[in-house]
Design a protein around this ligand. Structure first.
Ligand SMILES: *Cc1c(COP(=O)(O)O)cnc(C)c1O
Length: 384
C-alpha cells in the first residue's frame, strides 16, 4: 500500500477536499465572467476574515512577497523603522528592511521570548521619529504568539505606522485589523487559510495609503496602487494563480460557514490538546504553555535526541511530516503545526507517531498517556 501522508508542519497545511475539488476544474480565463464572479466573492470574503473595511490586495507570491511589498510601498529611502523580532520571521522583517535603504533599528529578543509593549514603547521614545513598526503575530519558529493589540497601541500612540506579519496566524487566532488599528496585515494562502501556496494577501489602511502616495521607492509588480486600481474594477493587474484564487474563495467560504469565533476556539482547543499530550509523554514544551499559543506547538527534543533526526524518522517511517527547529534551535526542538484544516485526530496521530519514534530511539518517555490526555484536554472547555 502507498504510505498515507500526514502533513503537520506550520505551513504549508492540509487542504480540504472541497478546495482541492474546485481547483481541479478546467482552467478559466482570468478576465472572463467565470473568474470575475469568483474574484468578487473572494475579495469580499477576504475582508471579512481580515476584519477590515479596507481593501485587501491579492498578490501571486509567497508570503514573503507580500512582506516585501510593505517595504517598497510604505517606506521611503532614509526612513527610520523599528522591527520587533524574537525568531526567524521577525528577523526576516529586519533583513527585508535592511535590503532597502532604510535606517533599521530592532527590539530584538532571544528566540522564544514574548515581545513586550513596554519595551517597544521605551525604544520608540528613545529613538524618536520612527515612521513604521514591523511586528510578527505568530512567530512560527518558536510557537510564540505576540499581543499585537498591545504592541500596535503603543506604536500608534507614537504616530508610527504598524505592519503585521500574520502569515501563519490570520484565520487561526483573532487578528482585528480595523479595531486594533493595524495599518498593514500580511497573510498567505498556505497556512490557516487552508489553500495551497501561491497567494500573499495584504490589507492597507487609509494611513498606509497616504504613506504609499509619498513613498519614492521604485516598484512595479508589487505596486499597491496598480493592484488596487485593478481590483476596484474586479480585475487583476497581472495573470494571477487562477486555481489558487478559486481554491481560496472556497476555503474562505468554509471558514466563514464554520464561523470565525468557532474556528478560533477550535485552534485553542487543538493547542491545549497538543500541549497536554506532549507533557503527559514527559516532554518539555518550548513554546509557552498558554491558550494564546494556539498556532504551533514547539517541543524540546529529549536529552540525547536530535530533533532533526526525529523529524526524518517520522517522515520516512510513518509518513508524518512535522517541522524541526530553525536557526539556533536546529536539532533542539521540533514543531507540530495545528493551523487550518485540523481536528483532534490529527493531533493524536502526531502525538502517537512522536511517542513511537522516541521510544524506538531509546528516549525515556511515558507510553500510552499522550493520546488519552490530549483527548481529555480537547473536550475540556476551559484550560485543564
Ligand atoms: C510561513 C511564514 C511566512 C512566509 O513564508 P513564505 O515561505 O514566503 O510564504 C512569513 N511569516 C511567517 C510568520 C510565516 O509563518
Amino acid at each position: 500500500m502507498t504510505e498515507k501522508r500526514y502533513l503537520m508542519t506550520p505551513g504549508p497545511t492540509p487542504v480540504p477536499p472541497a478546495v482541492l475539488d474546485a481547483m481541479g476544474q478546467p482552467i478559466v480565463h482570468h478576465r472572463g465572467p467565470d473568474f470575475v464572479a469568483v474574484l468578487e466573492r473572494c475579495l469580499r470574503r477576504v475582508k471579512e476574515v481580515f476584519r477590515t473595511e479596507s481593501e485587501v490586495l491579492l498578490f501571486t507570491a509567497s508570503g514573503t512577497g507580500g512582506m516585501e511589498s510593505v517595504l517598497s510601498n510604505l517606506c521611503s529611502p532614509g526612513d527610520r523603522v523599528l522591527v520587533v523580532s524574537a525568531g526567524y520571521f521577525g528577523e526576516r522583517w529586519a533583513k527585508l528592511a535592511s535590503a532597502y535603504d532604510l535606517e533599521v533599528d530592532e527590539v530584538r529578543y532571544e528566540w522564544g521570548a514574548t515581545p513586550s509593549a513596554d519595551d517597544l514603547a521605551a525604544r520608540l521614545d528613545e529613538l524618536g521619529g520612527v515612521s513604521a513598526v514591523f511586528l510578527t503575530q505568530s512567530e512560527t519558529s518558536t510557537g510564540v504568539v505576540a499581543d499585537i493589540q498591545a504592541l500596535a497601541a503603543v506604536a500608534k500612540e507614537r504616530s508610527a505606522l504598524v505592519a503585521v506579519d500574520a502569515v501563519s496566524s490570520l484565520g487561526a487566532i483573532p487578528c482585528e485589523t480595523d479595531s486594533w488599528e493595524l495599518d498593514v496585515v500580511v497573510a498567505g494562502s498556505q497556512k490557516a487559510l487552508m489553500t495551497p501556496p501561491g497567494l500573499a494577501l495584504v490589507s492597507v489602511s487609509d494611513a498606509a495609503w497616504a504613506a504609499q502616495k509619498r513613498s519614492t521607492f521604485p516598484r512595479f509588480y508589487f505596486d499597491w496602487e496598480r493592484s488596487r486600481a485593478a481590483q476596484e474594477k474586479l480585475d487583476v493587474a497581472f495573470t494571477p494563480a487562477v486555481p489558487v484564487v478559486i481554491g481560496l474563495d472556497v476555503a474562505l467560504g468554509l471558514l466563514l460557514d464554520e464561523g470565525l469565533e468557532t474556528v478560533f476556539e477550535r485552534h485553542r482547543r487543538l493547542g491545549r490538546a497538543c500541549r497536554e499530550g506532549v507533557k503527559a509523554m514527559g516532554l518539555e514544551l518550548f513554546s509557552p504553555d498558554e491558550d494564546r499559543s494556539a498556532v504551533v506547538t514547539a517541543i524540546r527534543a529529549p536529552e540525547g535526541i536530535d530533533s532533526g533526526e526525529l523529524v526524518l524518522t517520522l517522515r520516512d517511517r510513518f509518513g508524518i511530516t512535522l517541522a524541526g527547529g530553525q536557526g539556533p534551535l536546529k536539532g533542539k526542538i521540533f514543531r507540530i503545526g495545528h493551523i487550518g484544516y485540523y481536528d483532534i485526530f490529527d493531533i493524536t496521530t502526531a502525538l502517537a507517531g512522536v511517542e513511537l519514534a522516541l521510544t524506538e530511539a531509546g528516549a525515556d518517555i511515558e507510553r500510552g498517556a499522550a493520546v488519552s490526555r490530549a483527548l481529555d484536554a480537547y473536550e475540556a472547555r476551559a484550560p485543564v
